[in-house]
Design a protein around this ligand. Sequence first.
Ligand SMILES: CSC[C@H]1O[C@H](OP(=O)(O)O)[C@H](O)[C@@H]1O
Ligand SMILES: Nc1ncnc2[nH]cnc12
Length: 290
Amino acid sequence: MTCIGIIGGSGLYDLPGLTDGHWETVETPFGTPSDQIFRARLGDTDLAFLPRHGRGHGVNPSEINYRANIDALKRLGVTDILSMSACGSLAEDLPPGSFVAVDQFIDRTHARARSFFSHGMVAHVSMAEPTCARLRAAVVAAGGETGTPVRDGGTYVTIEGPQFSTKAESHLYRQWGAQVIGMTNMPEARLAREAEICYQTVAMVTDYDCWHEEEEAVEVSAVIRVLKDNADRARALVAHAAPRIAAARAATCPHGCDRVLDTAIITPPEARGGDALARLDAVAGRVLKS
Ligand SMILES: CSC[C@H]1O[C@H](OP(=O)(O)O)[C@H](O)[C@@H]1O
Ligand SMILES: Nc1ncnc2[nH]cnc12
């Protein structure tokens, strides 16, 4: 059964055609998520919207409890996550208003819990392909249907923030071959992988980061102006992508996102202990129960 989690800014949960919408409080062994989760149905598909920074945008990127957010979505039965994220552009041919279905990340964050597995159970999952190609194809196709072209693939640098980058950093990330820059998708993508949830970022460009000679340095007011326009197109994109994702989901993910723990846990059953077993009831319940 498909349930699509949508992590993103406010306004996204006003999709036309939603039914049975209600806010739900979810507590987790990792603490409290950024906000309540808005559950609804779109046709036959279950959706769960989580405002990443809280509804009033009071949680900064370093303060987000990423583990609680992903655990809460897993607990609600989410199988697939669309991360709808504002970002800066590191490429001349991605002006504000461009959308990118990200396929790689560079992680420059340094102050965030990045694994569910610790204190009694250790796991090592692959992050070689951090997003799910099946979801990527669905959002690219939905972009074609809604008149918002979505570039198929691109590298997203995650910085710690909350400050924007220096010019030296921005030029460095361009040399590294990254196309977009934001503050939140790591460790979110890592944790979704550990929780066996397919994950796909839709990066929505709000500004040319500060490398661009002809643009002003990044300013929140300018970012918000573009963000509002992007949000309208993001809603249409999600509304078209959701049924495609539900239809394309076979019993299991063809890329194996939903089975990564079969081969990842290194601590043998007899050595597993501490608080880990109880804490991992949702994230690793599939493998721990069997
Ligand atoms: C509003 S500018 C900076 C802010 O925007 C992005 O948020 P999100 O990824 O949640 O869409 C970026 O990562 C920063 O947190
Ligand atoms: N230039 C930028 N850098 C980091 N995060 C962003 N979010 C939106 N624009 C950004």
